[in-house]
Design a protein around this ligand. Structure first.
Ligand code: NAD
Ligand code: UFG
Length: 355
């Protein structure tokens, strides 16, 4: 019988791609999402891409902190595991509105864990982040590297990791996998689903994409005086489909009786600079990306990339896609959906040229 997975935040960027890979892998998925940072169109597109498997996807628009609604979903389903993506993720906003971040990310997670415990579902995969490595003194970052956080968003990830470790210590029936994502980019190769940030993007690839389609004038490069090959920051970019497949691998690992509360990096192990990423995107898209060189962004690390051996060995998973393929798929999504999921509505309401 198909395994039934509750996916919180499943309408979002990583969630929508993961739900599609789950469905194609023969899983059933129940998505709960309040659509605060996503669109119902993403769910519709996932269903289209899933073909005959679309019947295995159920969507509920609700807030994770709505305990009675969550209990009702657990009462009418038997879940084999939960993948927990739901959370707010903008670093700058978390500095401005820390209580909103602590309320959403921590209360959401605690409510979920309480309802899971009460209903006897104790298998969890949680979205942590490479942000917990801060500015690493040594790269690649291994799962044993020191962890810390430079902002409220990062602290919510650290706190939730600790909460999960405590929950497992208190009750060994829990099986928990904490996935530390590096920098997810790209889109499903069909170009039908992808990342659609609200407002001005904070992250590199969505910003480059908006320059390419004419929604922004130029990319501001934050810092060109780092001790790196070309002076710009280096990150470990991972194709969103590789990342999604990492979740399927983690779900399989939960069946291993030896698993307790375990951390895995999901990255490629390769570092790419901002200028290398721009050059790869220009090649993939045929568009020139004008640059404005600026000072460092506060809180940014110089070089961050993953040690991938633990995930390769224990999850039997390895990232496959190249930087060229990441840029190809990012551009395919961008050129088909220059204004994201709500593109048509937006363009109809806005007669002015993009700026
Ligand atoms: P996203 O914003 O696209 O997806 C998160 C989803 O959660 C959204 O659809 C949002 O509407 C939903 N959500 C938020 N709070 C909710 C609540 N209280 N109740 C119900 N739904 C809620 O973000 P993403 O990039 O897909 O990230 C998913 C997870 O991965 C997040 O926890 C994020 O912190 C983590 N993560 C993301 C990155 C990245 O670079 N994208 C890196 C590391 C970790
Ligand atoms: N950058 C620019 N210009 C921009 C945006 C980014 O030069 O407009 C540079 C940054 O300085 C950095 C690199 O591009 O050197 C990548 O920046 P991102 O903002 O895309 O990614 P970060 O690694 O800084 O952070 C992101 C999320 C974190 C998360 C981390 C790892 O914002 O929350 O990836 O997953 F923890």
């Amino acid at each position: 019988m198909s395994k039934n997975i509750l996916v919180t935040g499943g309408a979002g960027y990583i969630g929508s791609h993961t739900v599609l890979q789950l469905l194609l892998g023969g899983y059933k998925a129940v998505v709960v999402d309040n659509l605060d940072n996503s669109s119902a169109v993403a769910i519709k597109r996932v269903k289209e891409l899933a073909g005959e498997y679309a019947r295995n996807l159920v969507f509920h628009r609700m807030d994770l902190r709505d305990r009675p609604a969550l209990e009702e979903i657990f009462d009418s389903n038997k879940f084999d595991a939960v993948i927990h993506f739901a959370g707010l993720k903008a670093v700058g906003e978390s500095v401005q509105k820390p209580l909103m971040y602590y309320n959403n990310n921590l209360i959401g997670t605690i409510t979920l864990l309480e309802v899971m415990a009460a209903r006897g579902c104790k298998n969890l995969v949680f979205s942590s982040s490479a942000t917990v490595y801060g500015w690493p003194k040594v790269v690649p970052c291994t799962e044993e590297s020191p962890i810390n956080a430079a902002n409220p968003y990062g602290r919510t990830k650290l706190f939730i990791e600790e909460i999960c470790r405590d929950v497992h210590r208190s009750d060994s029936e829990w099986k928990i996998i904490l996935l530390r994502y590096f920098n997810p980019v790209g889109a499903h190769p069909s170009g039908h689903i992808g990342e659609d940030p609200r407002g001005i993007p904070n992250n590199l690839m969505p910003f480059i994409q908006q320059v390419a389609v004419g929604r922004q004038h130029a990319l501001t490069v934050y810092g060109s005086d780092y001790s790196t090959k070309d002076g710009t920051g280096v990150r470990d970019y991972i194709h969103i489909i590789d990342l999604a497949d990492g979740h399927v691998a983690a779900l399989k690992k939960l069946a291993d009786p030896s698993i307790g509360c375990e951390v895995y990096n999901l990255g490629t192990g390769r570092g790419t600079s901002v200028l290398e990423m721009v050059a790869a995107f220009e090649k993939a898209s045929g568009k020139k990306i004008p640059l404005v060189m600026a000072g460092r962004r506060p809180g940014d690390a110089e070089v961050v990339y993953a040690a991938t051996e633990k995930a390769e060995r224990e999850l039997n998973w390895k990232a496959k896609y190249t930087i060229e393929e990441m840029c190809r798929d990012q551009w395919n999504w961008a050129s088909k959906n220059p204004y994201g999921y709500e593109g048509c509505a937006h363009q109809n309401n806005n007669n002015s040229a993009p700026h």
